[in-house]
Design a protein around this ligand. Structure first.
Ligand code: ADP
Ligand code: ZN
Ligand code: ZN
Length: 807
């Protein structure tokens, strides 16, 4: 018996299966999807069993047996093994990278080094700093040494060079299971009580324990028993010895929601628009039909209730469901709604969980102890085997795209799995991505529309304030007169407000504070990036650059400067103008600690704050009845990041934030401050007009050959050696132009928007195409050409076949 294995060595040369013999004692247990330990050259590494077979192309005499099995149950199902292959093809990543990305972090292999005394070496010759570690043994693990003396690696390396020591990597299993000790009575209740009466006089503690045991029906945690009875461990030990009770270790799941009560909720009677959407989705479910639905529902239209009832239907058919939520830890309200409806059937996978907690939640899915997985991007790989429903909420969110290998988009993976299981996939959003909406219009996706809020609650009125006007009227503060008046009004009425500060794109673009002029590239229709180091404005798409202007080219004003301010400064300013307001600030600084995010939101919900001030993280998912005002401090910052999606992102974000106001009985109001109030992505927020926005933006995308009209691929080249980066990227650009079709556009090479990170210079080439059958082959060819150079030097080439980060 032979296994084909993908080994955990991240290198292009090793990106294929290797065959190993199955040792006799593993023949019954080894199965595809399991992780095993294999010898690889001089090392031991972890590998994934892809399949088992009886013959190999390799000469049987040269096959080596593998060493050990890591998993008791396969870590990956056969469907996920196939999906990994699909991922590898679509994102051009290594096979082992695809396999590993599907597992929780706790299961990714970690390696330690075993440091051994060389065969003929004597310990007396060793550097004295190392002697204490080799006093009694001939080898020691690096982790042990590191704990005491982290700086010793250099000396170890020196002694390896001197031939005194050898180093060998060993796999350590990082899986950590939480174990608890439990006690279980071995005698029936009456006998226990009888014994208790007998021992009462001479050993009262024993009697106490016997009575405790007589009362329990299931194994009890030892710590709890000790706490409640006050007896000692020795007493328990004696009882075990007497044969009255059994003591053993059991595995326990770490439950991140332990001790929390979720009141259970019942399905709500649906509004017509919800009912129509649900009926369509359920039809696909009932007929085992794969279909992707785009649920376009305005904020507060009741999309979540549709998700809940669709899932309920899938569960009733004995199927499972995956729900993706963006940055789930940021929207505890959302998690609660799922826990409240489906209780312990739900596993939650989000970034704020510890590695161990995530691992336990994942195991609940693998072992079918739950039927619903709610999580961020990687939850799309939940190892269910009978999927009936996949839902992606806020489908336009860019966090669904992974920005490291494998560079996949969860939406594509969802559709692929939906196809495999013949089940519906539901993409929900108030502001769908242009790609998805265009597909819905073409009939590739099925469009479902929910155009009004639940109970016909009105959308909030949106006012756009021209900040240039404010400046002309002598108001240099960050709050317009309108916004300040509105905030005072809410304070008086004891209503709550949200102040939103857009921090992305901070300080990178140049704007005239008098007329709103923003420096743009004459060739690419995107704003120029300000580079402080050499005082220039550059276009990172095509390489165009100019020196930073001192005067506005449009109005000659000197008030032209780069832009941005942080939440902390806003908070200070608020203290000055509204000293009595209680401000809750939410940004990366105040939410770093685990659970702090939720605490701040709960405080706000309870009314412990008047103003919730924050960045992107407060834009989504909040549903508080007392919020009647939303203020957006600078609507423009996002508009000018050098990205062709900047208008789309601006419109999405402003619509999202506006949706936080007046969701219940009290009417809401939104005030948007802007230096470019006439821009369509800001104007169209006023009437929450997605369709007009879509129409306008599509015209721009068509004119400039951007998605969804064109597909894109981005090739990044980086190294510490600038000359090498320039030469290599030049050759790659040439090769792309030579190899690809005439109709395909190749931009660059040009310096990336962030031209140097950690001393590495970064260049990029961009490919835009409609159909390009030779693309995959050409890109693979590039990786192949440079693979040797990439292992030998610090040259790095990364390829993204569906880029969202263009910097
Ligand atoms: P969305 O996700 O589209 O922004 P939600 O699902 O959060 O909207 O719904 C907004 C509010 O309306 C929530 O408080 C929700 O509980 C409530 N709601 C949803 N559907 C109904 C319904 N059919 N009847 C009554 N209330 C509903
Ligand atoms: Zn100007
Ligand atoms: Zn340009």
């Amino acid at each position: 018996m032979i296994v084909s294995v993908i080994v955990d060595v991240e290198s292009k040369q090793i990106n294929r299966v290797f065959d190993y013999l199955v040792p006799e004692h593993f023949k019954q247990t080894v199965r595809p999807g399991m992780r095993i330990i294999v010898p690889f050259g001089p090392r031991k590494v972890q590998g994934f069993v892809i399949h088992t077979k009886h013959e190999s192309d390799v000469d049987p005499g040269r096959l080596k047996p593998f060493d050990d099995i890591v998993d008791v149950k396969p870590a990956l199902t056969s469907e996920l093994l196939a999906l990994a292959e699909w991922l590898t093809d679509h994102t051009l990543c290594l096979q082992v990278t695809a396999l590993k990305s599907m597992l929780p972090a706790a299961m990714r292999a970690a390696y330690d080094k075993r440091i051994s005394l060389a065969d003929d070496a004597s310990r007396t010759n060793l550097d004295s700093a190392l002697l204490p570690f080799f006093k009694r043994t001939g080898d020691v693990m690096w982790d042990e040494v590191k704990k005491t003396e982290p700086g010793l690696l250099k000396i170890v390396q020196k002694e390896v060079k001197n031939g005194l020591l050898t180093i060998e990597p060993v796999v350590k299993s990082r899986e950590t299971k939480k174990r608890v000790t439990v006690i279980e009575p071995l005698l029936p209740q009456d006998q226990l009580l009888e014994k208790a009466d007998e021992t009462d006089a001479r050993a009262p503690k024993q009697a106490l324990l016997l009575r405790y045991l007589s009362k329990i029906t299931a194994p009890a945690a030892l710590t709890r028993l000790l706490e409640e009875t006050g007896i000692s461990r020795a007493t328990v030990k004696a009882a075990v010895k007497n044969g009255w009770a059994d003591q053993r270790q059991v595995e326990e799941y770490r439950d991140p929601y332990e001790g929390r009560e979720f009141k259970s909720t019942e399905p709500l009677p649906l509004m017509n628009q919800q009912k129509e959407a649900l009926d369509s989705i359920c039809r696909s479910l009932d007929e085992n039909e794969h279909r992707t639905y785009l649920l376009h529902g305005i904020t507060g239209s009741g999309k979540t209730e549709v998700y809940l009832q669709a899932i309920d239907r899938a569960l009733k058919q004995g199927k499972e469901a995956i729900v993706l939520v963006p940055e789930i830890s940021l929207t505890p309200q959302m998690v609660h709604r799922f826990k409240e409806r489906f209780g312990s059937d739900v596993a939650v996978l989000h970034s704020a969980l510890s590695k161990g907690e995530k691992y336990d939640e994942w195991r609940k899915i693998r072992d079918r102890e739950v039927t619903v997985a709610v999580g961020a991007r990687s939850a799309i790989f939940a190892p269910f085997e009978n999927l009936g429903m996949i839902i992606i909420d806020e489908e336009h969110e860019t966090s669904y795209k992974q920005e490291e290998e494998p560079r996949y988009h969860a939406r594509d993976v969802a559709v692929e799995r939906g196809r495999t299981y013949s089940c519906p996939v539901v993409l929900g959003s108030a502001t769908p991505s242009l790609e998805s909406f265009a597909r819905a219009k073409k009939g590739v996706y099925t469009l479902l529309t929910m155009g009004s809020r639940v109970n016909n609650v009105k959308l909030p009125g949106v006012r756009i304030v021209d900040m240039r006007e404010e400046l002309r009227n002598g108001n240099r503060s960050m709050f317009s007169t309108d916004l300040l008046d509105a905030m005072n009004d809410r304070l008086e009425k004891k209503e709550q407000m949200v102040l939103f500060l857009n921090r992305r794109g901070y300080s990178t673009f140049i704007m005239c504070r008098d007329c709103g002029y923003v420096a743009e590239c004459p060739h690419c229709d995107i704003s120029l990036t300000y580079h402080r180091s050499n005082q220039t404005c550059q276009c990172h798409y095509c390489g165009y650059h100019v020196t930073r202007p001192n005067r506005c080219p449009d109005c000659e004003s000197e008030h032209i400067r780069f832009f941005g301010s942080g939440t902390q400064r806003v908070e200070e300013e608020l203290k000055k103008v509204l000293p009595e307001a209680r401000v809750i600030r939410m940004d990366v600084d105040t939410t770093r600690r685990k659970g702090s995010h939720e605490k701040l939101l709960t405080a706000f919900e309870k009314g412990d704050g008047d103003i919730l001030l924050g960045t992107q993280m407060i834009a989504k998912g909040l549903d508080f009845p007392n919020i009647t005002l939303v203020g957006v401090l600078t609507a423009d910052t996002m508009l000018h990041i050098p990205d062709f999606r900047s208008s789309e992102k601006t419109f999405q974000l402003l619509t999202q934030v506006s949706g936080r106001a007046g969701r219940h009985k009290k009417p809401g109001e939104v005030i948007v401050q802007s230096y470019t109030p006439d821009h369509f992505s800001i104007q169209l927020v006023k009437n929450h007009d997605y369709l007009s926005f879509f129409g306008r933006e599509m015209v721009y995308r068509r004119q400039s050959d951007y998605p969804p009209y064109f597909f894109m691929a981005l090739i990044n080249i980086s190294s510490e050696d600038l000359t090498k980066v320039v030469t290599v990227s030049g050759k790659i650009g040439e090769f792309l132009r030579k190899s690809l079709a005439e109709t395909t556009v190749v931009h660059g090479p040009a310096a990336s928007a962030v031209p140097r990170i950690k001393d590495r210079y970064r260049y990029q080439c961009m490919v835009k195409y409609k159909t390009e059958p030779k693309l995959a082959h050409t890109l693979k060819e590039i990786l192949k050409t440079y693979q040797t150079e990439m292992t030998r030097s610090d040259l790095a080439i990364t390829i993204d076949t569906n880029p969202y980060m263009l910097m």
